[in-house]
Design a protein around this ligand. Structure first.
Ligand SMILES: *Cc1c(COP(=O)(O)O)cnc(C)c1O
Ligand code: SF4
Length: 488
């Protein structure tokens, strides 16, 4: 794919324009040299004020939060920010703002309890088969909402500490997956990272290595041939990138991801849901579509952690659900991340999604589902896990009148709302015949004509949607009893 045209097709600002605005004197050689980018990171308010306006009244508040958590913005990332927009979504991610000061004391140092689950410094072992390994305190950019702010003060892990982490994995055979994450592992010199990965690879029970990085977002120049060749020697190796906004999907970013993909590294994206940055369906959809074009699979959408100083970034959970609801069915399934809440205190990632299963009667083997358009469908489970050849098939009787389906309280409203908007005909005609021929609008009834919502399995000749054949015998319990009798 022509990467140059990607940003244009997405209608995004290109790096070049921004670069000319902010760094008119930088040579191509410098600009494309990741070391130059790294050295020229903006780390003080004075420097920042050369590029972006800082209201006089905000200096004190902003320097206060800067003393809490450092700033680092690569010239490349800065060049993507619109200097005239104080609410620019990239600016908000990396520039200390007065809002942050407002909530300076709100939130936790270590919201995920990573220290509590740490058998040796740098390792968090929360799940039985995989561990998180944090090698450094160094990132290309510092994200104001970072959940690991607390670690960004200590020096990078010394070699002996890294060896201790590797040793922990080596003597813990249950670990088959390691996530090497931020501080950013790709900030290490290639040879150094090579030696760490080699040590990990030498552990026989370690199946896969994952790297979590924001370098392809903030410093894509770092993804050079030498790095990719090195990474390719440590397969199976996966990389999780961290794009939050479509404005970050530039030609340089696309080139970096393309290089990694060609090195055989599968790329997945972990975005964080951030108020004022990406908290609407259109933005996340554009992000996910752009990622797909770069052959990056949206993996997680994280609810923002309650970390100190990030209160202004947090959204209600309903926002995340609304976004997923706006994606499912409306775009490629591959473009839809799993929305997760990392449980405070260390419960791990918990997936949250809209309720599509409105009612599920396990005993009767019946489920009421709604699709992305709010239409209702009934799904009937297999007659029984213990169905026997004696469960002969008989032709179905003519359709019987349907009755209401019992709904759990919280789902009832949703069904009513969904029914109200549902078209009058939605039969899908597939053999299992889960749906009826018409959903009565607005009355909260779940199924239409011909569906066996209320009487299907209690009567002698149940009627199931449009299917011609049904099993004799109404409930799973009865069938089980029959089977038992026969086996005696
Ligand atoms: C996120 C995380 C992992 C990896 O979780 P997956 O769901 O497998 O991606 C492992 N350990 C810790 C401590 C984590 O926070
Ligand atoms: S790149 Fe990751 S680890 Fe580094 S500051 Fe941003 S969120 Fe935190």
């Amino acid at each position: 794919m022509n990467v140059e045209s990607l940003a244009e097709r997405l209608g995004r600002r290109t790096t070049r324009r921004g670069r000319e605005h902010y760094y008119p004197d930088a040579s191509d050689a410098d600009w494309n040299d990741w070391r130059w980018q790294f050295r020229h990171r903006v780390t003080t308010l004075e420097e920042l004020a050369r590029f972006l306006p800082i209201p006089a009244a905000e200096w004190a508040a902003r320097s206060q939060v800067l003393s809490d958590f450092r700033m680092g913005i690569t010239p490349y990332y800065l060049s993507l920010i619109d200097a005239d927009d104080p609410n620019d979504p990239l600016l908000r991610q990396v520039v200390p703002l007065a809002e942050e000061n407002l909530y300076r004391a709100v939130g936790d140092e270590d919201p995920l309890g990573e220290e509590k689950f740490s058998p040796v410094p740098g390792i968090t072992h929360r799940y039985p088969d995989r561990v998180l390994m944090v090698l450094s305190n160094n990132c290309a950019i510092y994200c104001r909402y970072c959940t690991r702010k607390r670690t960004m003060y200590d020096g990078a892990s010394a070699d002996v500490e890294i060896d201790r982490m590797v040793d922990y994995i080596a003597r813990t055979p249950s670990v088959r997956d390691v996530v090497v994450s931020g501080g950013d592992p790709l900030n290490f010199a290639t040879a150094k990272l090579d030696s760490i990965l080699s040590k990990l690879r030498a552990i026989p029970h370690l199946e896969i290595i994952r790297i979590g990085t924001r370098v392809p977002v903030a410093l894509p120049q770092r993804i050079d041939d030498e790095l990719c060749e090195m990474l390719a020697r440590h397969h199976p190796l996966w990389i999780n990138v961290h794009y939050n906004h479509p404005n970050e999907l530039t030609p340089d970013a696309a080139r970096a991801c393309d290089k990694l993909s060609r090195a055989g590294v599968p790329l997945n994206n972990q975005a964080v849901l951030l108020k004022g940055v990406n908290d609407d369906v259109a933005t996340i959809k554009a992000l996910c579509h752009g990622l797909m074009k770069m052959r990056v699979r949206p993996y997680y959408l994280y609810q923002c952690d309650p970390v100190r100083g990030a209160e202004h970034f947090r959204t209600p959970i309903a926002k995340g659900i609304e976004i997923i609801e706006g994606l499912r069915g409306h775009t490629s399934g591959l473009a839809i991340p799993t929305y997760v809440i990392d449980a405070p205190g260390g419960g791990g990632k918990i997936p949250v999604q809209p309720d599509y299963l409105l009612h599920y009667d396990r005993e009767k083997g019946r489920a009421l589902l709604r699709n992305y358009q709010g239409k209702l469908y009934e799904y009937l489970e297999p007659r029984a896990a213990n169905a026997s050849p004696n469960d002969v098939l008989v032709p179905a009787a003519p359709p019987a009148a349907s009755g209401p389906v019992a709904l759990a309280g919280s789902n009832k409203k949703r069904v009513e709302a969904a029914s109200a908007g549902a078209p009058s005909s939605n039969g899908n005609g597939h053999a299992a015949g889960a749906t009826g021929n018409g959903t009565p609008a607005g009355n909260g009834q779940a199924s239409g004509n011909g569906s066996s919502a209320s009487n299907g399995r209690n009567g002698a000749a149940p009627v199931v949607g449009k299917s011609k054949w049904v099993h004799r015998g109404s409930t799973r319990a009865e069938r089980a009893a029959r089977t038992k009798k026969r086996d005696k």
